[in-house]
Design a protein around this ligand. Structure first.
Ligand code: ADP
Ligand code: MG
Length: 571
């Protein structure tokens, strides 16, 4: 009799509860690599109507999850197997935390009792503790009835305040444990208001606007936090109403179009050196802004910083007017006070910027007009710029050293959050993951502009791109090396130099192996044709773009960060 009533009871298990909890919170996509103990989780997610995108390496799955989080303000989910798969995903999780992208890495883990006694389980690792230094938060779920709470905590940690990467450990026992379905259902949490607004204090708003009103040479710096906030219209109004010149950090390009008359991007060194009041909106004073001090900056500049993270203030330089709040709320609070003409931006300031901008633009135009053979970074990027000029809805992914530096300056963006690049770490290896994530969430085409070395870190994801038939076009800037392809082994031995890659590599053959379209181009006409054709076809495409092995500089624009051998002059 007992067995009869048991079989009548409706049961669920940890796998089902994870999928139910994600769906309940509007999360519809998982990026991952299947294996023990999460294969059934991936299968079940797909069976239950979620989209599962399977990768070849967890780092790319994690990068796709992170960028989808950046684009949607919902945590991207990366699913990894235990120990090695978990660690492979960790680079992406750390990168997400560093960049402020919301993602959750969910990983299965081995038997706790065995792991804790270090008895050598299959893929044994204390994953939660290994994740902690790299994650904004890390949680472990040991019982199926805690899955709902575990996922709720992970969602809140990922998207509230400064977004970041969250690690969620699911033990194999919790996944396979069976509980009563009604109890399971009751344990799920629909997260209400996962990223609560942070309204700035009125006195902080007043202090900031008072300081801004004293400025003669004000500057607004927009960072990717401003892009993330999706307050596009208000940010534009703030800039246009005040008439203050703005400088976009690389992933904030397009928040206002790059050809906006108030853009000071082409006068960057002038505005950093001479601005008297600088308002940072969702941009940190880290290495990308020379920490707000030193030769690039005016020592007397005063700073207003708008950021959701209170401890960001004074992290590199004194902040005279901190405004802690979410950017949408802060900018709308500013807009309640700023009236056209209220800020006195001096005419000399605007003239100086306009002159410098004209001068630098003309200088760059000369560089861009050159038609060297073989092509160099500028001439190949000019082609891409021209092809993309009337296609503002195409995402641009960009990584490399010179490919990144030149790409950032040459490729104009017209819409917010369309440029996805190496970000805060200047990391290599985000290319294919970001391209896949952007294509999956947006259904828009993506052009990934990749240095040949940078591409190599995630190149196997070409198979993923082809398997899901994503509209991704990869342009590999093939100069046969890290930085350059003309490195020399000083011993005269047959080993290539440390920065040399395979000379004459045919990257387009790689995508052909998976049924994608490959082009090899070595002049601007062929590149134009190939890029236009591939964008028109929407097919996965790789364009091997052969450029001069001598083109480029070591470490690109950040040579100053590269310690040099002091005792010899090797090059
Ligand atoms: P960039 O590299 O473009 O300069 P950073 O990553 O250095 O940008 O800075 C982004 C900043 O934006 C971080 O300090 C983060 O705390 C902040 N931020 C992110 N989202 C928001 C938001 N919605 N409201 C306020 N600040 C935010
Ligand atoms: Mg190269």
């Amino acid at each position: 009799m007992a067995s009869e009533s048991q079989s009548a009871a409706v049961m669920t298990d940890g796998f089902h509860l994870v999928v139910d909890a994600l769906k309940l919170n509007g999360i519809n996509t998982i990026y991952g690599v299947a294996g023990i103990p999460i294969t059934d989780l991936a299968r079940l997610a797909q069976a239950e109507g979620m989209r599962y995108i399977g990768f070849r390496h967890e780092q790319s799955a994690g990068n796709a999850a992170a960028i989808s989080g950046y684009l949607t303000q919902k945590p991207g989910i990366c699913l990894t197997v235990s120990a090695p798969g978990f660690l492979n995903g960790m680079v992406a999780l750390a990168n997400a935390t560093t960049n402020g992208f919301p993602m959750i890495q969910i990983s299965g883990s081995s038997n706790r009792a065995i792991v804790d006694l270090q008895q050598g389980d299959y893929e044994e690792l204390d994953q939660m503790n290994a994740a902690k230094p790299y994650a904004k938060a890390a949680f472990r779920v040991n019982r199926p009835e805690d899955i709902g709470i575990g996922i709720a905590r992970a969602i809140r940690a990922a998207v509230s305040g400064r977004p970041g990467g969250v690690y969620l450990d699911l033990t194999a026992e919790a996944l396979s444990a069976v509980i009563d379905a009604e109890t399971g259902k009751q344990s799920l949490v629909h997260v209400v208001d996962p990223a609560p607004r942070r309204i700035p204090a009125p006195e902080a708003v007043e202090r900031a606007l008072d300081l801004l009103a004293t400025a003669k040479r004000p500057l607004i710096i927009l960072g990717k936090g401003a892009a993330y906030a999706q307050a596009d219209q208000d940010i534009r109004s703030l800039i246009e109403t005040t008439g203050i010149p703005f400088l976009p950090m690389s992933m904030a390009k397009g928040l206002l179009p790059d050809d906006h008359p108030q853009s000071a991007a082409a006068a960057r060194s002038l505005v950093l050196a001479q601005a008297d009041v600088v308002m940072l909106i969702g941009a940190r004073l880290n290495w990308l802004l020379a920490h707000g001090k030193g030769a690039q900056w005016s020592p007397t500049a005063q700073f207003i910083q708008v950021d959701i993270e209170p401890t960001e203030m004074d992290s590199n330089r004194a902040i005279a007017a901190p405004v802690v709040g979410d950017i949408a709320s802060v900018v709308s609070a500013f807009l309640a006070y700023v009236k056209p003409g209220a800020t006195k931006v001096s005419t000399e300031w605007l003239t100086a910027i306009a002159e410098r901008r004209k001068h630098n633009t003309e200088k760059m135009a000369v560089q861009l007009a050159a038609n060297p053979s073989p092509m160099n970074f500028s001439s190949a990027l000019r082609v891409i710029r021209d092809v993309l000029a009337d296609k503002p809805d195409i995402y641009v992914v960009n990584e490399g050293a010179n490919t990144l530096d030149f790409g950032r300056n040459i490729i104009d963006m017209r819409k917010p959050r369309m440029r996805l690049d190496s970000g805060t770490w200047g990391v290599m290896g985000i290319g294919m993951g970001y391209a896949i994530g952007a294509a999956v969430v947006s259904h828009q085409p993506v052009v990934a502009i990749e240095g040949d070395s940078a591409f190599g870190f995630s190149g196997m994801e070409l198979e993923t791109i082809c398997r899901y038939e994503l509209p991704v076009v990869i342009v590999v800037f093939n100069n046969g090396g890290i930085y350059k392809g003309n490195g020399v082994n000083p011993t005269g031995g047959s080993d290539p130099s440390p920065t040399t890659l395979m000379q004459g590599a045919r990257y387009e053959k790689l995508i052909e192996a998976f049924g994608g379209v490959g082009y090899s181009v070595s002049d601007p006409q062929a590149l134009t044709l190939a890029l236009n054709d591939s964008l028109a076809s929407g097919k996965p495409t790789l364009i091997d773009c052969i450029i001069d092995p001598k083109a480029g500089t070591e470490s690109g624009h950040i040579q100053n960060l590269n310690p040099k051998n002091a005792l010899s002059s090797m090059k």
